[in-house]
Structure formats: C-alpha cells, structure tokens
Design a protein around this ligand. Structure first.
Ligand SMILES: [Zn+2]
Ligand SMILES: [Zn+2]
Length: 218
C-alpha cells in the first residue's frame, strides 16, 4: 500500500509519527506521507517536525519510504497558493489540500484554488467537485483523491466518474487518524471498485501513487 494522506498527533491524529510508521509497515505499506493539518498558525512548526522525523526515519526504516507532507486545511481559498508555496520552501514534499467534502463546511472555491496552485500535489476528498474543476485538474496535472475515510468517501463515485471522463489521475489514500484506519491493498482495491473503477483503472491508480513517491523520494 502507498498512502499519501495520513495524520499524527502533530495535528489531530492519535499516533506519534513512529507508531504510525511502525503500524503501517506491519500491515504491508511500502511508502507513505505524513500530512498533518496546517494553516498559517502551525505550518512552520509542523513542517519542521515532520521533515526532521522523515530525515531520521530514512536511517532506520529500510522497508518503507516516509515522505514529509502537509494537508492545508480550512484555509481561505485565496491563501492556499501562498501557504502551499511556503510549505514547500520549508522543505515539505507532498502538499495535499483538504477539499470540499460534503461532510464539513469547507469554503467554496477551495477545490479551484488547490487545482490552480502549482505547489499543490493532491486535492483530497473533493466532494461534489464541478466538471469545470475536473477539466482544470487535467490541464494542471493534479491528482484527485479517492478516500477510504468514512463520510468523505460518500462522493468517491462522483469523483471517479469525472476523473475517468476527463483523464485526471487519481490516488487512493486513507486519511488515517487512528490505527484502525490503515488498510491493505486488498481493501484499497475494494474501495476503488466500489467507486466504479475497473481492474485496469485500479492498476493505474496504484501506479499514480508510485509516480508521486518516485518524484519526491530522493
Ligand atoms: Zn482532509
Ligand atoms: Zn486529512
């Protein structure tokens, strides 16, 4: 499993970075990103801590790649680009934006600004994303997320259908906050099937996650 969206107690996750990695490797993860929630109040400290952890992790975990990330969360849409740029300058690799899930009052325009920013890699749980934004995601080569997370996953089918129609790359992530949120490849496959994807689409989704890992694992 490659999982590019996970939380630790550096934001609202339950586990320390080390325990999260340890539990992930035990169920067969090969790569992951720690992407704690950030806004302007904590981006500096969170990126610093995650980058420090990932540098250390390289030295003692030989069977799993752990990349530093952030999830820009509930930031006013017009500030997303600048905070994403700032996070990258601070050394983060993967920038995820907390998209317009239908189960939270995420500001309208968040999906659009995330897709427009060259510093954003993945738009997470984009809810009932518009076709216009999906077309823009294709032009800007953004990855859209199919999520294993309860609530956010309600709109997976909608996201998958539009991504397929407009050739937008998808990734599957767990958005883990607790140990029981971690999944196996088998469960990931079932979730992708449930979103309406076929076997060849599913292979492509897994390849997309690997492509992001390869881009940033240096
Ligand atoms: Zn989120
Ligand atoms: Zn999240």
């Amino acid at each position: 499993m490659i999982d590019l969206h996970m939380h630790t107690f550096l934001s609202d996750g339950e586990l320390s970075p080390n325990e999260l990695v340890q539990r992930a490797r035990k169920i067969g993860y090969s790569a992951m990103a720690i992407t704690d929630h950030v806004d302007i109040s904590n981006v500096e400290i969170v990126v610093k801590e995650i980058v420090k952890f990932c540098e250390e992790a390289k030295n003692y975990y030989t069977d799993i790649i752990v990349l530093p990330g952030v999830e820009i969360t509930h930031v006013p849409p017009h500030h997303i680009n600048e905070i994403a740029e700032f996070a990258k300058k601070l050394g983060t690799k993967i920038v995820v934006v907390h998209g317009e899930t239908i189960v939270e009052p995420v500001e309208l325009g968040t999906n659009r600004e995330a897709i427009k920013s060259k510093y954003v890699d993945i738009l997470a749980h984009p809810g009932l994303i518009s076709e216009e934004d999906v077309i823009l995601a294709n032009e800007n080569q953004k990855y859209l997320e199919i999520t294993a997370r309860k609530g956010h996953s309600i709109t997976n089918g909608h996201v998958a259908k539009l991504c397929k129609k407009h050739n937008v790359k998808m990734v599957i992530n767990t958005d883990t906050h607790s140990p029981e949120n971690l999944i196996t490849d088998e469960t990931a496959r079932k979730i992708l099937k449930g979103a309406g994807l076929d076997d060849s689409d599913i292979i492509t989704v897994f390849q997309n996650s690997l492509e992001i890992i390869k881009k940033y694992n240096s």
